[in-house]
Ligand binder design. Structure first.
Ligand code: GLC
Length: 557
């Protein structure tokens, strides 16, 4: 199982980090505050890099993905960019960013920036100019259209029936210009016009600018919505009673247009010019088959099948089978949480009903075991490595504007709580007043405390990452689901060369025996969520409540 030659990645030195590595998503506002304003910043992140990589006590991730750090009015957590080529003063300066890149590269850690190119903030100078008049250099940078007609009381009617993902019409009337503009998200997030050659040039030059700063890749926000059908026809309405307006249309014309492939090829050629780079596209409300069609080597795509799975062995088996069938030889991503969804641990525990702290830790470790041993590139979400759960933010204190616009939707503040570093004031996150409440258990559930215990969730994550780094089967092997004779146990084999790993995870609170697949040499426990010992086992194995075990054997014993 041990491949001693595996060493920390050197930027540019090898080309496989996007497949073999583990990516860690940092939500910068919530990671670490260095200046006491209550908001996380780049200097705070730099101070905490040891937690992530490069030190003896590190998690050992290969790359970090930074949610947006650009100047922004922050109506959508920075996904409303008002200047693509700078850093918001809340987070620091461009010089801080360069220091971050340098500090990460010294540790062999890559840095992925979030590129939000479907829309800008309405405060971006492009839009400020574009909304003034239908002539001028920025006139066609956005999707402007005349009204389809006028109502009896003299109100302009939108050009088509498209709706915003955040609720209401996707069209906003601009009296200055006497036209509507399109916004798939908030009205303060106008969609750009990718059919404008000048807009394309401006975007590509921005991308090259960040590559020039040494970034190793990008996460592409809602990339499959970049292009809309040229003549913007209304979408077909579909029957879906009781669901959100977005779900009552077939999104035939407002995303996933065939010309997108050519646009992506242009973008990818620019990124590929810098060796060792990679990207990951955030698929916006489309299915796994659509995700697979956009994939290319070094250009990953998120599908949401695993993130949508519920905490049962059957649900995970179905999700894994669907992924394996759809992705085939291509390389998927693995994500259980991100900044847009309730944290996976909270979702799983809610579904389990009443439980104690031990169950919470056990489920966190079991989920981590799956996340770090499936086939694909794992994307961890900050805080999950200490078993962080959602916080509750009352509606009147909500910072997530989108949630306020969409009454039926979940407030994303819940999964964006400040990181708990220690038992100090404000969990060591800030010396000021944190921008969102700290998790209520931050005094006991924090990095410092968990680092001191071999049995913590954090210790399990570290062991898993180390095991993955040493094991070609776990990093890059193929995957086959297996039946171990218990419907509440998920089991799969990973195989590469003469090494086989077997992962078994119990989803329920029982203790029970399972049957291991026959192997030429005995199975050895490589890692267990419940024990630190690594014994050799026979053909049967007892799994305790929510226990996850990685077993291994090589042809040579
Ligand atoms: C993506 C982001 C989300 C944001 C939306 C609009 O889905 O992940 O946070 O609200 O795009 O930019």
């Amino acid at each position: 199982m041990i491949d001693q030659s595996a060493s920390p990645a050197e930027p540019g030195a090898d080309d496989r980090w996007w497949r073999d590595g583990v990516v860690y998503q940092v939500y910068p506002r919530s990671f670490a505050d260095s200046n006491g304003d209550g908001v996380g910043d780049l200097a705070g992140l730099i101070e905490h890099l040891d937690h992530l990589a490069g030190g003896p006590e590190s998690l050992g991730v290969d790359a970090i993905w930074l949610s947006p750090i650009y100047p922004s009015p922050m109506l959508d957590g920075g996904y409303d960019v008002s200047d693509y080529s700078a850093v918001d003063p809340l987070f620091g300066t461009l010089a801080d960013f360069d220091r971050l890149i340098e500090a990460c590269h010294r540790r062999g850690t890559r840095v992925i920036l979030d590129l939000v190119m479907n829309h800008t903030s309405s405060q971006h100078p492009w839009f400020v100019h574009s909304r003034q008049s239908a002539s001028g250099p920025f006139a066609d940078f956005y999707l402007w259209r005349d009204p389809s007609g006028w109502s009896a009381d003299g109100q302009p009617e939108p050009p088509n029936n498209w709706v915003s993902w955040f609720g209401g019409s996707a069209w906003e009337w601009e009296p200055l210009r006497g036209q509507f503009y399109l916004h798939t998200f908030l009205p303060e997030q106008p969609d750009v016009n990718w059919r404008s050659p000048a807009l394309r040039r401006a975007m590509w030059s921005m991308v090259k600018g960040w590559l020039g700063h040494g970034v190793d890749g990008f996460r592409l926000d809602v990339f499959n919505a970049f292009l809309k059908a040229a003549d913007l026809p209304s979408n077909p309405e579909i029957a879906a009673s009781g669901s959100a307006p977005w779900d009552r249309q077939e999104h035939r014309y407002d995303k996933d247009q065939p010309e997108l492939h050519e646009l992506l090829a242009e973008f990818r050629a620019i990124v590929d010019a810098r060796p060792g780079t990679a990207t990951v596209g955030e698929l916006f409300t489309s299915g796994i088959d659509v995700a697979v069609a956009y994939w290319a080597p070094r250009h990953l795509i998120f599908d949401w099948v695993l993130l949508d799975a519920t905490w049962t062995a059957a649900s995970f088996r179905t999700a894994i089978a669907a992924r394996e069938a759809a992705w085939g030889d291509r390389w998927p991503t693995i994500a259980l949480s991100n900044h847009d969804h309730s944290r996976h641990l909270s979702r799983y525990l809610d579904a389990l009903g009443p439980h104690d702290g031990h169950a919470a830790d056990a489920v966190a470790k079991a989920a981590a075991t799956i996340e770090l041993t499936l086939r694909g590139t794992p994307f961890l979400y900050y805080g999950e490595e200490i078993g962080a759960q959602d916080i509750t933010v009352p509606r009147e204190l909500a910072r997530d504007r989108a949630a306020l616009r969409m009454p039926e939707w979940w407030n994303r503040d819940g999964c964006r709580a400040p990181m708990a570093w220690s038992g100090a004031t404000n969990a060591g996150f800030t010396s000021g007043a944190p921008w969102l409440p700290l998790p209520p258990d931050a005094r006991t559930r924090n990095v410092e405390r968990e680092a001191a215990s071999e049995r913590s969730v954090l210790a399990h994550y570290r062991r898993l990452l180390a095991l993955r780094r040493r094991s070609p089967a776990l990093r890059s092997g193929d995957l086959a689901l297996v039946d171990v004779g218990d419907p509440d146990v998920l089991a799969y084999l990973r195989r590469a060369g003469d090494e086989t790993a077997l992962v078994v995870v119990r989803f329920d609170g029982r203790t029970g025996k399972i049957e291991l697949p026959q192997a030429a040499t005995p199975w050895r426990v490589a890692l267990s969520s419940h024990d630190l010992a690594t014994p050799t086992v026979g053909s049967r194995l007892t799994l305790r409540p929510f226990e996850a075990i990685v077993l291994a054997h090589t042809m040579h014993g």
